[in-house]
Design a protein around this ligand. Structure first.
Ligand SMILES: [Zn+2]
Length: 114
């Protein structure tokens, strides 16, 4: 991964972290009825999905962001944690805090659903 790309992802992750932290604080200060945990953290609607996420999902997202930042520093940001194949750049642009490729993510979701 190119240095410049790394930097872009880092900036994106740091912004996302600040935003998620703020949302978490707001939700803690003004507890509203919690939405379902199943809030889809999908593609273009990432921001929107975060707003609708429960505190639990926000905390999980924060942990994933922290992990992604460490993975970025270690130079393994675009390597899938499970199968060690490259995670496509487009996927990282959509979900910058993922550490799995599409196939492995699908397997995890499947396991969870069992
Ligand atoms: Zn994988």
């Amino acid at each position: 991964m190119e240095e410049q790309e790394k930097l872009q992802f880092q900036t994106q992750l740091l912004e996302l972290r600040a935003r998620t932290q703020k949302l978490l604080e707001e939700k803690t200060a003004n507890p509203l009825p919690e939405p379902k945990d199943e809030a889809e953290l999908g593609s273009a609607a990432l921001d929107m999905a975060l707003e609708l996420s429960s505190k639990k999902v926000l905390k999980e997202t924060l942990e994933m962001i922290e992990k992604a930042l460490k993975r970025l520093e270690a130079g393994i940001y675009d390597i899938c944690e499970i199968c060690r194949r490259k995670i496509p750049l487009n996927r990282l642009k959509t979900i910058p805090y993922t550490s799995y490729c599409v196939e492995c993510q699908a397997k995890i979701e499947e396991e969870k659903g069992k």
